[in-house]
Design a protein around this ligand. Structure first.
Ligand code: MLT
Length: 315
């Protein structure tokens, strides 16, 4: 009976609103990608309501756990980023297995990061910031979205590159962190361009550089140097986002969601919104489950030694 119900459910899927769990606070870069994507997936999924469920905390593991334990019926999905590859090194007790407790529904985009400072910081470019950092050792506050977040990982790379320890101030996401940065409560943050581009354009924060190997083409960001070019060797990180379902979600439900994702990634509105904020839509085969899963496994292998060397834990 359950098999028949399962099969019947799959044929009528979706017949009720779909929840996408975002493991960070509303208004931040992860939430931004989720809301833009949900808007572009609604029609291809048959005009269904898609609800964003922000479940923050513990380096995204609280929201991710919620999805790992959810009914595998296609009505609870997860949109998460590089944290899927860093949690295995950051959590002493893993509440789920990244590689076997999820169905991989495809990757969405790659998002560069920027190093930004409070508007009152007496440094207008990286050279001046470097001098300021050395004059203020022991007094520097670096905002992030908690250990395990992309902003935390980027902050680790930054502190390693400049060889200066900073006080990290964790928030439930980089939206509230950005509010404090603009207000001058914290000095610096490394955050995704989807959350910093508009603030840089509005001169509400000072931008010092980007974390990509090459300068960006986004109008508001193209004049920024790469942090590698200003001397921060090895400081390169790009944040990628993917879509996941609980293990055991019926194959044809997965196929419907994956098909809608592929339509969304070609939606001109979605592409325009994302590219205006510096994001790059995935157009290679990482949009398919097998390559998505392989990529995450490779990223786990890449980041684990870097994080272990830093000796930090999210639990
Ligand atoms: C992060 O730093 O991991 C994310 O930018 C947090 C967020 O989406 O708010």
């Amino acid at each position: 009976a359950t098999l028949a119900a399962g099969l019947a459910g799959a044929q009528t899927y979706p017949s009720k609103p779909i929840n996408i769990v975002v493991p960070f606070a509303a208004g931040g870069p992860t939430d931004r990608v989720a809301r833009d994507l949900a808007e572009a997936m609604r029609k291809p999924l048959g005009d269904v309501a898609i609800i964003i469920d922000n479940v923050a905390g513990a380096g995204s593991s609280i929201g991710t756990s919620k999805v790992a334990k959810a009914a595998p019926d296609g009505y609870t999905l997860l949109l998460n980023h590089i944290a899927m590859a860093t949690m295995p090194a950051l959590l002493r007790t893993m509440p789920f297995k990244v590689e076997s407790d999820f169905e991989y529904l495809g990757m969405i985009n790659d998002v560069p990061m920027t190093l930004v400072g409070r508007p009152s910081l007496p440094a207008q470019n990286y050279k001046e910031l470097s001098a300021w950092l050395n004059q203020n050792k022991g007094k520097i506050n670096l905002g992030n979205a908690g250990i395990g977040s992309a902003s935390h990982l980027c902050g680790l790379l930054f502190q390693n590159a400049v060889q200066i320890d900073m006080t990290t101030v964790p928030y439930k996401g980089t939206a509230p962190a950005m509010t404090d940065l603009m207000g001058g409560q914290i000095d610096l943050m490394c955050d995704q361009t989807t959350n910093t581009t508009q603030q840089i354009e509005a001169k509400k924060v000072i931008a010092y550089g980007v974390t990509t190997a090459k300068p960006l083409t986004t109008p508001a960001l193209k004049s920024l140097p790469t942090l590698q070019d200003v001397g921060l060797k090895g400081f390169e990180v790009t944040i990628w986002h993917g879509l996941y379902a609980p293990k055991g979600t019926p194959a044809d439900v997965q196929a419907k969601i994956h098909a809608a994702l592929k339509v969304a990634l070609k939606d001109p509105e979605f592409i325009k919104k994302q590219e205006a904020l510096g994001a790059v839509i995935i157009t290679d085969k990482r949009v398919d489950a097998a390559e998505h899963k392989k990529f995450v496994a490779a990223e786990i292998a890449k980041w684990t030694p870097i994080i272990k060397a830093a000796g930090v834990y999210a639990d």
